[in-house]
Every structure is written in structure tokens, then in C-alpha cells.
Design a protein around this ligand. Sequence first.
Ligand SMILES: Cc1ncc(COP(=O)(O)O)c(C=O)c1O
Length: 475
Amino acid sequence: MSELRHLLNVTAKRAARYLESLSQRTVAPAPEALNRLKELDHPLPVEPTDPARVLALLDEVGSPATVASAGGRFFGFVVGGTVPAALAANWLAGAWDQCAGLFALSPVSAALEEIALGWLVDLFGLSAGTGGAFVTGATMANFSGLAAARHALLAQAGWDVEAQGLFGAPPITVIVGEEVHASPLKALGLLGLGRKRVIRVPADGQGRMRVGAPPRISGPTIVCIQAGNVNTGAFDSAAEICSEAHAAGAWVHVDGAFGLWAAASPARAHLATGINQADSWATDAHKWLNVPYDSGIVFVRHPRHLHAAMAFSAPYLVQGEGREPEHYTPEMSRRARGVEVWAALLSLGRSGLADLVERTCHYATRFAAGLRAAGWEVLNDVVLNQVLVSFGDAETTRRVIAAIQSDGTCWCGGTVWQGRTAMRISVSSWQRLKPTWSEALQRCCGLPRQKAIGGNSWRNSSPLLLLTRRSRSSR
Ligand SMILES: Cc1ncc(COP(=O)(O)O)c(C=O)c1O
């Protein structure tokens, strides 16, 4: 066996062992594991290190210091795991080491990107002819969609923004909801459109733009709406906003980092009604599709605008007959993310994807029901995979969150929702609940334990349980 083959086999065994270990460990890494990271911090040796030794060190010191977000008990932020086909495809694509920028550099990546984009356009109900591109995440997808919008609006006003920049350009009005995610604002800042010069439309209790509240639109305008608020999961009223915006000649961009996937589930697609009338969309594959980080996708109804915003030329860069991926992305060289998206979609199929979305939404509903039954206040309408819960005052809620995180059975983060400190539960992993986990979930919900949970002491001695009881009795 060649040394390389041996290294890859050993690495595969290490990776499998890591994944198997996830059900037995705390979600957050133990303090000792974090402490051991110091072992990696030494001056770069002059002499080479055997690759097997490099991998052993990475696994022995690095693996315990990971957050076990791949394991299905991580409910923080909006973080998926990795479905098996996507992980395996990621390994193979790593071996391929393809530069996905040009067809000439990777015909297979270019082909898989186009196929996956076509499947997604169909799954999301976007109109035929919609184009797109694979980027690092929703923030770069927002950036790319908004860059296409900037191009289209200014070209219509007779201004070539790619050539001339924004100095002296006609101003673009940007309208966002009061509860806009920080990501489109960051993208607007990068595009010279400003994070703060946006017009903010008041939001309702779920974070949706209030109907009838958007200002009268005149001149080049982008209306940026949400499919899935990061805290509540709520959707802006896309059909109404799109029809008003389009009547005034505005461009509608959708931040659908996770919510866009609702359109792929017959049971949740109603939430996304009208979303397909927009002009550009940003989403993540590393969230709900459960492919490895990093992976985002932008879609643009008329891809020529994305092309105009991103295309470039240089004498040594070949231009083939077909679609050249790097003419649709901010990057030139980049890894072949479309491979994992294609693999995840093929392995799940339409029904598997719908089931993944529906199952996670169902778990969120169960969380919310358990929390309400235990007497806690759920702050949002649980329409998707997000739950917001208050355990009383801000300090008590923060104590419960800290206890959950240190207990290690699962991991939930905090937020402040419209002035209330709350715990966020975001169910995004493809992993099915196992009986032991549902007991953990019940504990997480503050419900009495049905029966003793055998095995690990970290499962049995939940400070969460004590804290939630204490905080309940102290209300
Ligand atoms: C609604 C929304 N938009 C954008 C983002 C940013 O996504 P990314 O971190 O992949 O850039 C997130 C992340 O949670 C989000 O929930």
C-alpha cells in the first residue's frame, strides 16, 4: 500500500471514529480539550513532519476541541450537519482538488454546478431561466444578488457601475425591514450602498415588514426582504411587496439563508408564497441542506445582470463556449462547492429534502410545545425550525442558556428579540432524534424526566434541569 493510500485510509478511520464519538460527548468541547490546543502552538519546525504524525496530532488534539455541531444536538445559530453523501463527496472533491472557476479547469465541477442550479431553481419554484452561482455562504450570496441589482438599476439609469464605480452615480434607495439580518447590511456596506443609509420599514411582532408600511418608491430602488427571520423564522409578505415594488420599477432581493428551503417542502411551501416573484435570492446550503461548510448559493432571475456584475477578462483566461462559473461569482479561483450540493440533493431526492425540512420543523414544534407545557413563554409563532423562549427575566434566561451550554447535552444560544432576552432553538440538522436525545430534549424543555437516563454522568447531572426548576419556582 502506498504511503498516501495508507494515510487516507487512516484518516477515514479517524473521521469515522470522530463521527461515532459525537453521540457520547458534550456538544461544547471540554475545557481540558481547549487547554490542549496550546500543544499546537509552537514555532514552525525547520524539518518536515511526517503527514501521518500531522494527522494524528490534528485528530488527537483538534477533534476534542471541536464543537459537535455535526452530531444533531446543536441548536445554536442556524447550523446544519452534513448528510453522508455530501461528506463523502467533499472528500472525493478534495482528492480531485479542482479549481471551479473555469470549465477548462474543471469540466465536472462546471457540469455539476449547472445541474444542481437547475434542480434548485425547480425545487424553489423559481422561473425557468433563473441563473445562479456557488459562493461561500448567504452573506456572499446576498452580496452577489445585490451586486446584480446594483448593476441592473444603474445600467437602466445609464450608469456603468462596474467601470465607473459609485462616485457620481445616481443614488440607489435601499429599503429593508426593521428586523433585517446583519448579513445583507454587511453586503450593502461592501457594495458601497451603505449599512446605515437604508430605509427601515417597521416590523410586526414576528419580524415581518408591516404591510402598507413601505415608503413610496421612486428612482432606482432595491427592496430587501426576508424568507425566514433568523430569530422567528417568519417570512415577509413577498407577493404583496414584489407586486408593489415591481410596479415602481424596483428590484426585490430575498435573504433566504435558510427559509428559502421551505419552498422545497410541500408542507411549508405556503410560507414562501410569492418569493418566486423576486429578482434575486440568497441562500445557504451549509444550513438546511446539510452540506459541509462553506456553501452558499445566489440566484438571479435574469442572470445577465449577475454576469455583468462579476465578469472580467484576462488574455490567459480561456473563455469556453458555455457558462464560465467565475463570471458569476466574486471569486476567481474557488473550490468546487457544487459537487457537495449535487451529492446532497441526489442522495436525498425531492422527498428526502422535503422530509428533512418538515422533520426539523416538527422537532421545533415539539420543543415549543414542551416548553409551553412546562410553563415557559414561547415568544414566536413557530412556523418553521426556529423557537424563541424566555425563562423569565433576562438574567434567568441567560443563566439557563449558560447551564445548557455547560451541561453539554445540547447547545442553544441566546438573543434579544424586540427587547426580550430569549433562548434560540434552531433545528437544522439532518440527524433524526434518537430516544436518548429526545429525553435530553425533554430535559431541555424543562419537562420532568420520564426515566433515569443511563450512561454518561453528564447526561444524568443536568444543571439545566436544576436551574430551570429553580428558576420556575423563583418566578
Ligand atoms: C437570515 C440570514 N441571513 C444571512 C445569514 C448569514 O449567513 P452566512 O453566515 O452563511 O453568511 C444568516 C445566518 O444565520 C441568516 O440567518
